[in-house]
Design a protein around this ligand. Structure first.
Ligand SMILES: NC(=O)c1ccc[n+]([C@@H]2O[C@H](COP(=O)([O-])OP(=O)(O)OC[C@H]3O[C@@H](n4cnc5c(N)ncnc54)[C@H](OP(=O)(O)O)[C@@H]3O)[C@@H](O)[C@H]2O)c1
Length: 397
């Protein structure tokens, strides 16, 4: 074999640094390549029909509108011919939202005679993006209470009372292992329970002003632009995914467009009030989620994240959000006639990751859902409503 003109030479530490830098550049290049391919393949699709449940030309105020969920709501409102009022802290960030919308930086800018049909209150310091230091915990709680109190003050002075769809999360229930949870169940103490409980209590005050209040206990929202899936995509696409801990913890999820449709349904359904679980009818364990995501991406997912390591590094952040979970069922949404388009994870992932993002509506049969595994028949709506009023009293008053 002829010798090559390239002669390896070592410059000690400099060679190590240069090699590490070259590997880093190659890795980041690969990551960007994957992301670029993803942009082509993964488009969230049109938002025109997501607000179909709403009557013609509604006015909806959205807080947290620049976030992962809020920006899709604003897009859906605009596409559906409705009027969006956006409350955002940073007008430059709000400029990236799909127009048209009326931008505010304070709710005090709204005249009392403005007709607002609904308020969707989602603003709050992100919960899952950093460790829960004492300062972070305070920001998580205070940001939500401050905005919700401002919303309740606004409702108090508005001449026409809007319905309030207030954010909350399935973290309200705390950790219950394998037990199934519906809106009739109580919560167990933990940080997420304390935050959601305080957030819901603040929102319920709007009822005293005559507003209908829906407390949306949101599950893990699935979409490519954020949330849990946004975080998992890159490692899974590199074949570095795996279950978390023993993988037996439950993940109650909802596809983002289904959540937007559920919010529209909640606005349009006067009988819907109190807590409403915003989760698909078929929650999965983390092991099943890992398997389904790996399958959808056609990648192996064999690198588990050790529970002891996560607990050691992240404490109760890891215990509540990563190693623990809730098996939540959307009883009230289904009973009130809401039809999920994506009721199984496989169906949702294939819509989100499969490229075309459009699947025929998948109506969940209420009878099948309540029969079989859970051994219950279709519940009586009036009885359920009465039980909900009771549970509201028990937990919130
Ligand atoms: N995504 C999920 O899987 C999920 C699950 C359960 C519950 N939730 C809840 O649903 C809500 C919306 O979720 P998301 O994923 O859309 O959240 P997100 O992307 O983090 O957006 C939240 C929005 O809240 C505002 N915000 C952020 N930090 C704030 C602070 N310190 N003070 C006041 N406002 C602040 C921001 O809007 P501006 O900068 O425009 O003001 C931000 O765009 C959140 O409250 C979240 O806890 C989400």
């Amino acid at each position: 074999m002829r010798p090559t003109a390239l002669v390896p030479a070592s410059y000690g530490l400099w060679s190590v640094i240069a090699t590490a830098a070259a590997c880093g550049v190659a890795l980041f290049g690969l990551r960007d390549l994957v992301a670029a391919a993803r942009v082509q393949r993964l488009s969230p699709g049109g938002a025109g029909d997501l607000m179909a449940a709403l009557a013609l030309r509604q006015t909806v105020l959205v807080t947290g509108a620049t976030g992962f969920i809020g920006r899709r709501i604003v897009e859906a409102l605009g596409a559906g011919g409705h009027r969006a009022i956006v409350s955002a802290r940073d007008p430059r960030k709000a400029a990236t939202l799909a127009p048209p919308f009326w931008l505010l930086t304070s709710l005090d800018q709204i005249p009392s005679d403005t007709r607002i049909d609904a308020i969707v209150n989602l603003a709050g310091e992100p919960i899952g993006n950093a460790l829960w230091t004492q300062a972070k915990r305070r920001r998580i709680l205070r940001s939500r209470l401050r905005m919700t109190r401002a919303v309740v003050r606004l409702i108090g002075r508005l001449e026409h009372k809007p319905v309030l769809i207030n954010g909350s999360a399935i973290g309200w229930y705390g950790l219950w292992g394998d037990e199934t949870l519906t809106e009739f169940d109580g919560g167990k103490a933990c940080f997420t329970h304390r935050v959601c409980e305080a957030w819901e209590r603040a929102a319920v005050r709007a009822e005293r002003c005559g507003a209908r209040v829906v407390r949306l206990r949101i599950g893990l929202v699935l979409g490519i632009e954020g949330g849990v899936l946004g975080r998992l995509l890159t490692p899974f696409e590199f074949g570095l995914g795996g279950r978390i801990g023993d993988g037996r913890q439950w993940m109650s999820w909802i596809e983002r467009d289904d959540l937007v449709r559920l919010i529209a349904h909640a606005i349009a359904t006067p009988s819907l009030t109190g807590p409403v679980n915003a989760t698909a009818p078929h929650p999965v364990t983390n092991a099943a989620f890992t398997q389904e995501l790996a399958r959808a991406l056609r990648r192996p997912a064999v690198l588990p994240m050790p529970a002891a390591l996560l607990h050691g590094v992240a404490g109760d952040f890891a215990d509540d959000l990563l190693l623990g979970g809730q098996r939540v069922l959307p009883d009230k949404a289904l009973l009130s006639g809401f039809a999920f388009r994506h009721s199984t994870l496989r169906h949702a992932l294939s819509a989100i990751l499969g490229g075309n993002g459009r699947h025929p509506a998948h109506r969940t049969r209420r009878r099948r859902y309540f029969g079989g595994g859970r051994g219950t028949s279709v519940p009586n709506m009036a009885l359920l409503a009465a039980r909900h009023r009771l549970s509201d009293k028990r937990f919130l008053r």
